[in-house]
Design a protein around this ligand. Structure first.
Ligand SMILES: C[S@@+](CC[C@H](N)C(=O)[O-])C[C@H]1O[C@@H](n2cnc3c(N)ncnc32)[C@H](O)[C@@H]1O
Length: 295
């Protein structure tokens, strides 16, 4: 393919990704040298119509996976709504999903617990691409859990708690049966870091724990650390779980507080090298770090 055609194909792909992921119009690569002609007036009219429309509070976004499949999510438009940050997908969730897809062996045939899952991007991407044995999504906010469960269904998965209904669905729909029998056991648990007990955590028997963008508020750091401490002391088949935490460093003080508090409970960490393939659209200049915790 000649370079101009290749560039045009790449540009088209960036538009497609941006459109499906519901990016702001201003984030699209409008001003690009490969567009030699002026856009049509009709296009400007349509754009003006769109910009004048009242925004709805929720939308559907699709994130394309390298398998050709996608993760489709119902998300809110506002970054904080219902008093929670959990109803949108944050950059660290996309980063963690990209890293997981590149390191799928860590998740394959294992039981995963995700803390503060929000509406499910990372976990659904892992369930679709990394072949986990079981995946426990968790959060504490009831609106977030409701939207998370809706998104799990939207992507063709059935929750373990619905396996009674599942038999009925199987006889009605052969495709669902095949997908569910092969897929991971999925749970969406209400798990509040302030009140969950050591027994509840160790009953989950997890091999891997992950979380994205849960280090943003000094007020919630101590309860998160206590959950991480309890998890790192638990054992599954004689081994403690591997724990990975991804977050955007917005305020260095919050990051340092997290590290200091980890140190106080005897948990070390190492920075995990970044993955090579950028699959999703997010701000590549935002300072995202992935830590592996060392008990
Ligand atoms: C910034 S959002 C990140 C959501 C998702 N992981 C992402 O990156 O898109 C933080 C999440 O942590 C959850 N959270 C905050 N405090 C919590 C607590 N005490 N127990 C459980 N989850 C909590 C919120 O409900 C929210 O879903």
């Amino acid at each position: 393919m000649d370079p101009a055609a290749e560039e045009a194909r790449h540009l088209g792909l960036r538009f497609q990704q941006g459109f499906l992921a519901g990016r702001r119009l201003s984030a699209f690569p409008w001003a690009h040298e490969s567009i030699a002609t002026e856009p049509l007036d009709e296009l400007y009219d349509v754009l003006a119509d769109i910009l004048n429309k009242e925004e709805s509070t929720t939308c559907y976004k699709s994130y394309l996976l390298p398998t050709g499949d996608s993760v489709t999510l119902s998300e809110t438009v506002a970054i904080i709504s219902q008093g929670t940050t959990g109803l949108v997908t944050w950059d660290a969730a996309l980063y963690l999903a990209e890293w997981a897809i590149e390191n799928s062996a860590i998740f394959s045939n294992r039981t995963i617990l995700e803390l503060g899952s929000g509406i499910g991007l990372t976990g659904i991407a892992i369930c679709k691409t990394c072949n986990p044995k079981a995946y426990v999504f968790s959060d504490y906010h009831h609106c977030v859990l409701e939207q998370l469960r809706e998104n799990i269904h939207l992507n063709g998965f059935v929750l373990e708690s619905e396996t009674g209904n599942h038999t009925k669905m199987q006889s009605q729909n052969q495709r669902t049966e095949v997908m569910d029998l092969q897929g991971p056991k999925i749970t969406a648990a209400e798990l509040d870091w302030d009140s969950v007990t050591k027994e509840q955590l160790s009953q989950l028997q997890v091999d891997v724990v992950i979380a994205a963008d849960v280090v943003y508020d000094p007020q919630i750091t101590s309860s998160l650390i206590s959950v991480l401490q309890q998890l790192s002391a638990s054992k599954t088949a004689g081994k403690p779980p591997e724990i990975y935490i991804a977050f955007t460093v917005r305020n260095p003080d919050t990051y340092h507080l997290f590290q200091t508090e980890l140190g106080k409970v005897g948990i070390g960490w190492q920075v995990v090298p970044t993955h090579t393939k950028n699959l999703f659209l997010y701000d590549l200049h935002s300072n995202i770090t992935l830590l592996k915790l060392l008990a």
